[in-house]
Design a protein around this ligand. Structure first.
Ligand code: UFG
Length: 330
């Protein structure tokens, strides 16, 4: 009776594994370690190094383990890269999920919680965004995640699979213990990039565009602590295990911060001046993404514990100070 976490060596996956193990669950992790780190996998989880596109490896795993439910994080997730190399996203995200669902159907595993994204909405018509709002992705990453949701819908109709798609807004922060945190190579996300300045790895931050229709001209995002995201996965899995129907939930704090405001919070947390300059807009960035997460609160009973941006940035700072090279040895 185990939970299979695919992509459990990655940023959000590894935090979810920590929460599952803390909750006393039996956890199996599978990851191809292309972007994840073996050191991020909780020592109490059973680890399989495999790629979800490898049907034979999935068959071995499903035969060896008794899996009750799957949490699926195994995907490529860089918006910019998805625009320059869309076929990588179709292969890893859509083809990978297709092979996974084929294996689940064959082995009678019929519950899956999976990482979707605010990028499924594209440029929103209004904020906060509701799950029922239009989904018109502006990048290939968001398109593949939306197509993954739709694939699960059809497989559900045909084979009775039940799924929950969790549409994250901007995941940030690190495990409160400081044991695991965010590590990407190359790093593209705002908060870790800002923290590289007080960390001595970067001289200044570039703020991409200050002519957006927002209160200070920089983009507005809804930052959500990775541990709060992790908790939502456990609630969603338990919802499915209790007989819940297919569903989609936004996960955010419902409060938007501009890029300039995030830099200011990081200055306060680190005590560093963090020089910042305005540079041109980055392609594909919507001006504002802010979630309504009322549905997750009402249906799943989700209660974010680390909603305050200063707390989120402080936890990230603690991780970056203790692991300046991420999971790699110096
Ligand atoms: N930004 C900067 N300078 C930087 C890096 C980022 O100004 O050096 C800005 C971006 O332009 C954006 C904001 O900071 O306005 C946040 O950027 P991130 O790259 O941290 O995050 P995104 O909002 O682009 O993307 C994240 C996830 C995606 C997901 C999306 C959904 O990385 O996987 O949220 O909202 F699709």
């Amino acid at each position: 009776m185990a939970i299979l976490v695919l992509g459990g060596a990655g940023y959000i996956g590894s935090h979810t594994v920590y929460e599952l193990i803390d909750a006393g669950r039996d956890v199996v992790v599978a990851d191809n370690l292309l972007t994840g780190f073996r050191a991020a996998v909780h020592p109490k989880a059973r680890f399989y190094q495999l790629d979800i596109r490898d049907r034979g490896a999935l068959d071995v795993l499903f035969q060896a383990e008794h899996i009750d439910g799957v949490i699926h994080f195994a995907a490529s997730s860089q918006v910019g890269e998805s625009m320059s190399d869309p076929l990588k996203y179709y292969d890893n995200n859509l083809h990978g999920t297709m092979v996974l669902l084929q294996a689940m159907v064959a082995h009678g595993v019929d519950k899956i919680v999976f990482s979707s994204t605010a990028a499924t909405y594209g440029e929103p018509e209004r904020v906060p965004i509701l799950e029922t709002d239009k989904t018109v992705p502006t990048n290939c990453y968001g398109q593949t995640k939306l197509s993954m949701e739709q694939m699960m819908g059809w497989v559900s109709q045909a084979h009775g699979l039940k799924y929950v798609a969790l549409r994250y807004f901007n995941a940030a922060g690190a495990h409160p213990s400081g044991a695991i945190g965010e590590a990407h190579d190359p790093e593209t996300h705002l908060i870790p990039i800002i923290l590289q300045v007080p960390g001595g790895q970067r001289e200044k931050v570039s703020m991409f565009g200050d002519d957006y229709p927002t209160r200070d001209g920089t983009c507005v995002r809804d930052y959500i602590h990775v541990t709060d995201l992790a908790q939502a996965h456990i609630l969603a899995l338990d919802y499915l295990l209790a007989g819940g129907e297919n569903n989609v939930f936004n996960l955010g704090n419902g409060v938007g911060f501009t890029v300039k405001e995030v830099v200011d919070v990081a200055r306060k947390v680190t005590g560093h001046s963090i020089p910042a300059q305005v540079s041109p807009r980055r392609a594909g960035d919507p001006a504002q993404l802010v979630a309504s997460s009322e549905k997750a609160k009402t249906v799943l009973g989700w209660k974010p514990k680390y909603a305050d941006l200063e707390t989120i940035v402080s936890s990230a700072w603690k991780w970056h100070q203790s692991h300046p090279h991420g999971f790699e040895e110096a």
